[in-house]
Structures are given as C-alpha cells and as structure tokens.
Design a binder for this molecule. Structure first.
Ligand code: C2E
Ligand code: CA
Ligand code: CA
Length: 400
C-alpha cells in the first residue's frame, strides 16, 4: 500500500572500470556477477535488487521503519562485499534516496540517488550518503548566494564580481574582433561562482537590475583601459538579461554610465537572447532601436534555441546573430544537418546581420564555418575566456 515508506539504495562500483583496464572486461564481468549473486543470496524481505547498469546495482526498499533501518541495510550491503573480499579493492559508494521524503519523481530516482552515491565518494566518515542531505546543502548554498547577491546589490563599495573575457576572432584570421565579457563571482564562502548559477538567482530576486548596472559599468571601465592601451578597435560585448532590457529606464541608466565613464557607445555591444524579444517584442525592439541610434551594437545571443521565427527576426534591430553552440555541434562529420548551417548563415547575411559562431571546439567546425562565410568565430578551440591580464597579452600578439 502507498503509505509504506519506499527508498532506493544505489551501489555504485565505478572502480570496476580500473579492473577493466588492468585485468580485462571479462574479469570485471565476473566480479560483478559474483557481487550480484552474493547480494541476491542476501536480499532481505522488503528489498528487491536491480542492476541499473553494468557497474550500478540498486536495492529497492519498501516498508522500512526509519533512516536507521536504511543505514543498517547499507552496512549490511558493505558486509556482503567484505564477505567476498571485494570491498577494499572496489571502494564502493552508496547513495540513499527516500522517495517520499524527497518528493522525487520516479524518473529522477536513479539520477538523484546516483548524485548521492557520488557524494559519498567525497565523503569523510561514511561510505553512504542520503540524497536529502544533498538537497539541503543545495538549498543552503542557494540561500547563501541570495544573501550575497542582495548585499552586492545594496552596497556602494568594491564587490566580488568581475569579468573574464572570451575573444571573438575574425573568421580565417588570427585577429580579435571583440571580447565577450563573462561575469564571475568570487565569493568568500562559496568560492568561484559561475553565471549559470548566480544570474538566474539574481533574475529571480530582481537583484539583476543593480548588479547588471554594476557589470555594465565595469565593462565600460575596461573599454576605457583598452582604449588607453591602443586597442580602440576591439569591441566589448556584455550579456544583458531580458529583465534588464524590459525596464523602461534601462536606456537612461546606460547613457548615464556612458557619460560617467566617457566611453564612446561604438565600443559597446549588448547581447540579448531571443527570449527578451519574445517577452515583449515592441518594447524591446524600440529600446534597442533607440540605443542603436546612439551607436551601441546589438547581438542576438543563443540564436536558434529560442522562440523567434525567422520571419519576425527580419524586423529585429540588431547587428549580429550568434549561432548557438547547439548548431555548431551539428558540424561534426557524418551529421546530416550539416548542410543547413550554411543556409542559415547566408539567410542571416541576406537579412543584413553579421554571424558569429559560438562554441567552436573542433578544427572541422572551424573549417566548415570559414568555408560557409561565417563572419566571426568564438569557442574553446580559438580561446577560452581569459583573465584581464591574459587577454591583454593576447591582444598584444594578435592586434598590434
Ligand atoms: P553565453 O552568453 O552563451 O556565453 C557563452 C558561455 O559558453 C560561457 O559560459 C563560455 O565560457 C562558454 N563557452 C565559450 N566557448 C565555449 C566552447 O567552445 N565550448 C563550451 N562547452 N563552452 C563554451 P559562462 O561564462 O559560464 O556563461 C554562461 C552564461 O551566463 C552566458 O552564456 C550568459 O548567458 C550568462 N552570463 C555571463 N555573464 C553574464 C553577465 O554579465 N550578465 C548576464 N545577464 N548574463 C551573463
Ligand atoms: Ca553571450
Ligand atoms: Ca550564447
């Protein structure tokens, strides 16, 4: 019946792969077989065994009393491994997920319990780990981050936000056209935090508005620095959230920053995603139009992942389209979708946009893009995002 408590214990034998390399596949196969046989002999009432993949065995537990009963089962599984002398060499990791406690959906059970098992690997005293703990740690981290973001948003002082810069190259040339500023947060308590973690939280709490302003100001100060060093032709692109650009005073705030820092609007590119347009096409296109008159350039970021139809895009007021990595990934050998990327590039050109390809990681992608007239390339193959000093060193080589 449904009020009986249910849990999954996952035994992850990752180390078996090192057996594979040292002794061959059939040896590790025989070890796995030995383990499953032993566990089958052991399997107490209320428990069922499943081999989830070659190296992962799940014990489904129904109608247990308490957490202690689950940890006792884990100990017992470990005891079984000891009895056949594989415990030491395999260094097993156990994850525990209480289905009703965590409210986990059935299709996430294996994923979540695997996360817990991986955690037990890093774990200190015990070879097993409850997923619930993982959830709690995640929530704690999130609330710490929320707090930091709100402190940063309120404070006038130095903040722990900074940029790294990823170069965008002219296609077919070893010369940098521009730099994309990518935000990082160096937190005392959480260490280095990436934008994929903190930007969504900042958006959710609206702190993205003051934080976005701070970032724009930092980018403008960097442009000033570039100008002073003689790299006045290198554009700097900043990512802007839909929430920022949808605010009526976005333009006014930006102009104030330009005035204060004294940089020319021509030096700045703003990257916005298609979703920004989808949210309120008229407002955004109007804001963009007005800022473009000032001289600021715009790029559609992550092109191809959002909602905009090509027909509507024709009317967008932008300079660049950034082909998402998702398209670029299709440019590997043997992929039938290859051919349409070239068509997309020429279509963008007909509409008057320059095309930047993102996430270029392989030579064959680069070759295809260059051959098909893509204007600019960006990606790990050409350069990773770089710290300020390194990017200046690079520019000294490529752009002097
Ligand atoms: P994005 O604008 O699409 O930026 C590209 C992301 O892909 C960056 O991750 C970059 O490091 C990564 N990348 C670049 N080349 C490659 C490659 O060849 N392979 C792979 N696998 N990845 C590559 P990052 O820095 O973690 O930024 C993630 C996202 O965070 C950005 O995606 C952007 O949407 C957002 N973001 C970053 N900085 C800011 C900011 O200052 N403001 C706002 N609102 N959003 C930001
Ligand atoms: Ca971007
Ligand atoms: Ca992008």
């Amino acid at each position: 019946n449904s009020d009986r408590k249910r849990a999954v214990i996952l035994l992850d034998l990752k180390k078996i792969h090192s057996f594979n390399t040292s002794y061959g596949y059939s040896y590790s196969e025989s070890v796995i077989l030995l383990i499953t046989r032993q566990l089958a002999k052991w399997c107490p009432p209320g428990c069922s065994l499943f081999q989830v993949s070659f190296e992962r065995i799940a014990v489904y537990v129904e109608g247990y009393e308490s957490k202690e009963a689950l940890t006792a089962l884990c100990e017992s599984v470990i005891g079984q491994l000891e009895s056949i002398q594989v415990r030491q060499s395999l260094d097993c990791n156990l994850g525990i997920l209480e289905i009703s406690e965590t409210g986990t959906k059935s299709f996430d059970v294996i994923k979540n319990v695997s996360i817990a098992a991986a955690r037990s690997e890093e774990n200190r005293e015990l070879p097993y780990y409850f997923f619930e703990q993982e959830l709690k740690e995640k929530k704690d981290r999130e609330s710490e981050l929320r707090e930091e973001l709100s402190t940063i948003a309120r404070s006038e002082d130095e903040d722990p936000l900074y940029f790294v810069y990823q170069p965008v190259f002219y296609s077919g040339r070893n010369e940098v056209m521009g730099l994309e500023a990518l935000a990082r947060l160096q937190s005392d308590k959480l260490g280095l935090v990436y934008p994929l973690e903190f930007i969504p939280l900042a958006e959710e709490t609206q702190t993205i508005i003051p934080i976005g302003k701070k970032l724009l100001r930092k980018a403008c100060l960097f442009i000033k620095e570039l100008d002073a060093l003689g790299f006045g032709e290198v554009a700097v692109a900043v990512n802007v959230s839909p929430i920022q650009i949808l605010r009526s005073d976005f333009g006014k705030d930006l102009e104030a920053i330009l005035d204060e820092t004294g940089i020319s609007p021509w030096r700045l590119t703003l990257e916005i995603t298609e979703t920004a347009f989808a949210a309120s096409y008229e407002t955004v296109n109007e804001t963009v139009g007005r800022l473009r008159k000032l001289g600021i350039s715009f790029a559609i970021d992550d092109f191809g992942t959002g909602h905009s139809s090509l027909a509507r895009e024709r009317m967008l007021n932008v300079d660049y389209v950034k082909l998402d990595k998702f398209f670029v990934d299709d440019l590997l050998v043997g992929n039938k979708k290859q051919s349409i990327i070239g068509e997309i590039i020429s279509m963008q050109h007909k509409m008057g946009f320059k095309v930047i390809a993102e996430g270029v990681e392989y030579d064959e992608q680069k070759a295809y893009l260059e051959e098909h007239g893509c204007d600019y390339l960006q990606g790990y193959l050409l350069s990773r995002p770089l710290a300020r000093e390194s990017v200046l060193e690079l520019l000294a080589k490529t752009n002097s």
